[in-house]
Design a binder for this molecule. Structure first.
Ligand SMILES: Nc1ncnc2c1ncn2[C@@H]1O[C@H](COP(=O)(O)OP(=O)(O)OP(=O)(O)O)[C@@H](O)[C@H]1O
Ligand SMILES: [Mg+2]
Length: 393
């Protein structure tokens, strides 16, 4: 367990209230979509706090992280997670039926189900599986899908989302939400693709930003520091809070920096907060340098494609006339649609992948953090990055 772990019961309570109808003006019972940037604690929160809290309301909770295995189809991961939970309940039903000597009234038909075949041609559909889980457990179901935008990268994943939407519509009545859907994502723009067009599975729902850890987390850390190193009290919370923000609200590098500075071998001194700030700046500079060298390592056409995507955001169309003109301007060469397509494929196939592609053929930057980098550089008038050998012209 992480000794710096900071629980957020207030957030948990508010979300559970929204999900279970305690908030008249919340639409969460129709699906809760939460976005937060990378490494800010989404999965930890969903698993350690939201999942047990929902279980506490008498629901059976299924959690699946679509990034848990990038080599597996996201649709299969969803089916497997539901199947695993269903398997447990079928086991209980089977035992009860056996003890009673007859097939358990009403539930007996589910006993023939093979939970490993969910979503396959000879198995239950996803919607049927959710119904089976509802009936065999005797409880309403809550399904938490972490990194849900990843479902859109395969057609099986996309159909799983549509199936879940239809399961929700079939199972829920205005009075009872038998299926709660909670989806999180580390890229708001990609998550938005699940709900922003007429054809999107959850058209009409809205995304909420999941709040990052706040100043109260820093107070908690400051207290721990004062307790361990009384000579450092009072800790300058304002400076630590500033540092945490510069670490983009990511607990891991922040705590790591503290660990390096508050080191029992070299007794820490007053004013250590300043060093934490410096380390945040160093880390940011390192990350920017890494993005810069990744960008500079690309071929000119690949750079032009990334530039176009950064500039256009969700308006990006890879091969329209304006895009082709843009590529020509930036590379000084005539670029055909075929050539642009080859560049996009190369960017998508490289590891780590720079481009994300949905099953429908829409493209986005894989790393949402690049947008901020682009914006900062553009605002400072230092875009595009120049390779050192090209000189400071
Ligand atoms: N409430 C918390 N208090 C302290 N540390 C935390 C808290 N939540 C998360 N962390 C730490 O932050 C790091 C990132 O957490 P987590 O993996 O949950 O984030 P994430 O947003 O799901 O990341 P990713 O974008 O990689 O999926 C982990 O090292 C975790 O231990
Ligand atoms: Mg995560």
């Amino acid at each position: 367990m992480n000794p710096f772990y900071y629980a957020r019961p207030g957030l948990t309570e508010a979300l559970v209230r929204d999900l279970t109808g305690g908030n008249l003006f919340s639409d969460a019972a129709n699906g809760l979509f939460l976005a937060a940037p990378r490494r800010t604690g989404k999965s930890t929160f969903l698993r350690n706090e939201l999942e047990p809290a929902l279980a506490h309301t008498g629901r059976v909770v299924v959690y699946v992280d679509l990034w848990s295995d990038r080599n597996r189809d996201p649709g299969a991961l969803i089916a497997e997670a539901i199947g695993k939970e269903l398997g447990k309940h079928l086991g209980i039903v089977a035992k009860t039926a056996k003890a009673a000597g007859v097939e358990h009234v009403g539930l007996g038909t589910w006993l023939k189900v093979d939970p490993a075949k969910i979503g396959k041609t000879d198995g239950l559909t996803l919607a049927e599986a959710v119904r089976a889980l509802r009936e065999t457990s005797g409880k309403a179901v809550a399904l938490i899908i972490d990194e849900a935008q990843h479902a859109l990268t395969s057609s099986q994943g996309e159909s799983a989302m549509t199936a879940l939407k239809s399961a929700r519509d079939q199972l829920n009545t205005p009075d009872v939400a038998n299926l709660l859907l909670i989806m999180s994502g580390s890229d708001r723009d990609k998550l938005l693709r699940l709900l922003n067009t007429n054809a999107a599975p959850f058209f009409g729902s809205a995304i909420s930003m999941m709040p990052p850890l706040g100043e109260d987390f820093i107070h908690h850390i400051a207290e721990m520091i004062s307790r361990t190193y009384p000579q450092l009290a009072p800790v300058d919370v304002a400076q630590l809070w500033e540092a945490f923000q510069r670490f983009a609200h990511r607990p891991q590098p922040f705590v790591r920096a503290l660990g390096q500075i508050l080191n029992p071998i070299h007794p820490p001194e007053r004013g250590f907060e300043r060093h934490v700030l410096d380390m945040a700046d160093l880390q940011r500079a390192d990350e920017e340098r890494a993005m810069e060298s990744a960008y500079l390592a690309l071929r000119p056409i690949e750079q032009a494609v990334i530039w176009r995507m950064l500039e256009q955001g969700d308006r990006f169309r890879p091969y329209d006339a304006d895009a082709l003109t843009f590529y020509r301007e930036k590379t000084g060469e005539k670029i055909s649609a075929q050539k642009a397509q080859n560049a996009i494929e190369a960017l998508r196939m490289q590891t780590p992948s720079l481009i994300w592609k949905s099953a429908k053929g829409e493209y986005a930057l894989d790393d949402a953090g690049m947008k901020k980098w682009f914006k900062n550089r553009s605002d400072e008038g230092i875009w595009p990055p120049q390779s050192p050998e090209s000189g400071a012209a």
